[in-house]
Write a protein that binds this ligand. Structure first.
Ligand SMILES: Nc1ncnc2c1ncn2[C@@H]1O[C@H](COP(=O)(O)OP(=O)(O)O)[C@@H](O)[C@H]1O
Ligand SMILES: [Mg+2]
Length: 378
């Protein structure tokens, strides 16, 4: 394929959320695997302060190593800024700075937003790209917002009859400064009915940041306060005992029904109490068994539920759906991730590879489904 016929993809990563470093690591894996014969890559990092910057596309500089966590700031091209701008018909990314920028450099065909968490995976970036008329991969505004918010995610799953665990929502209205003591008491009483232990987590969080396992009333308030540092809305969930099973989903080829990968089982580093940040990204001993060692009928059910969860939030492109498989054989959905981690330790790329779709083809498939869609509102 000649140079000018290549598809121009902006790989956008980093971002303002607590998952900045994870997103950089996702970008590292994708930049190392994307087919350069087919795609021209424009690497764009969103710094922690929100600036959009042109960056290096060197995968090695974005990996999570033993030393410092990767960041956009560390790989940015000095002084070169990127601004999404509305155009006639389709928008563009305006790239300005002291470096020599070839004409049309920011006229990308599609954005691949490899962002996790708020300001990226939650519909805000998706809304910005629709406003500016720039085509993008992955979930749209509604699915991104619903997939980010663990309360609404569960409401939509339950509305479709999908199995979810029991939980209580702690709102700022119930808990923040000025909340009536009676409201706090009502919330604490509801939580006590869940039984112990419980999991306390920010409603719109990720990578287990701000999540605590609480074994009794004495530690509950501190855990809620901790989660509230990340989101003023907090979820308290009954702990579910069971194996953590994940399943990767892709939008159907040519717009058909979604397709599920082989499920995998996470085997958490024994040094961690649950699948926390260290076990996810820093624990060399966290592994994944693919296919998950569960009965065939359970694996089939997981795949069906993963596709149903994808459809329940009107997801597009890709997702990873996470489950608990209890010793009694019950399967409950924990959550959907509309931009699953793509780090070398992440389930999404590993499960697809084990299902016969190697990473370069997986990336190609995600971009191709985005190119089928119009720019602007979908
Ligand atoms: N209700 C629960 N029961 C048992 N473990 C849980 C529960 N909720 C969360 N966890 C543990 O915490 C981890 C992170 O929680 P999760 O809801 O998946 O948030 P995140 O979006 O941060 O990944 C899970 O992978 C699991 O190990
Ligand atoms: Mg999770």
């Amino acid at each position: 394929m000649s140079e000018r016929h290549k598809i121009r993809v902006a790989v956008v990563f980093g971002g303002r959320s607590t998952e900045h470093a994870v997103s950089c690591a996702s970008a590292g894996l994708v930049l190392g695997a994307i087919d350069r014969e087919r795609y021209d890559v424009v690497p764009i990092g969103i710094a922690r302060d929100g600036r959009w910057l042109l960056t290096s596309a060197d995968p090695a500089r974005l990996a999570i190593g033993s030393g410092e966590l990767p960041s956009v700031e560390a790989v940015a091209t000095p002084g070169v800024c990127v601004t999404p701008r509305t155009g006639l018909g389709t928008g563009t990314l305006v790239v300005t700075g002291p470096a020599e920028i070839p004409p049309g450099f920011g006229d990308v065909d599609v954005v691949l937003p490899l962002l996790h968490g708020p300001y990226g995976e939650d519909g805000t970036l998706q809304g910005l790209l629709e406003m500016t008329g720039i085509r993008y991969a992955g979930a749209g505004v509604l699915a991104s917002a619903a997939g980010m918010d663990k309360e609404y995610m569960k409401i939509l799953f339950a509305a479709r009859g999908l199995p979810v665990g029991r939980y209580v929502v702690v709102r700022d209205r119930d808990w923040g400064a000025g909340a009536p003591a009676a409201e706090r008491k009502r919330v604490l009483d509801e939580i006590a009915e869940l039984g112990w232990p419980v999991f306390v987590k920010p409603a719109r969080g990720g990578s287990s940041i701000g999540t605590t396992r609480v074994s009794g009333l004495a530690d509950l308030e501190a855990a809620i306060e901790d989660a509230r540092q990340y989101d003023r809305k907090v979820l308290v969930e009954a702990a579910i005992e069971g194996a953590e099973i994940e399943c990767a989903v892709l939008e159907g080829a040519d717009g058909g029904p979604p397709e599920a990968s082989l499920p995998g089982q996470v085997v958490i580093d024994p040094h961690s109490e649950f699948y926390d940040f260290a076990a996810k990204y820093l624990g060399a001993q966290t592994t994944m068994i693919i296919p998950a060692p569960i009965p065939g009928a359970a694996a089939e059910r997981v795949r069906q539920l993963a596709c149903a969860a994808f459809d329940a939030i009107s997801c597009e492109g890709l997702a990873r759906v996470d489950f608990f498989y209890t010793p009694g054989g019950e399967i409950l959905i924990n959550e959907i991730n509309t931009m699953p981690g793509m780090t070398p330790a992440s389930g999404f790329p590993m499960m697809w590879a084990a299902s016969g779709l190697p990473l370069p083809e997986l990336i190609d498939r995600i971009i191709t489904s985005a190119l089928r869609k119009p720019a602007g509102p979908r």
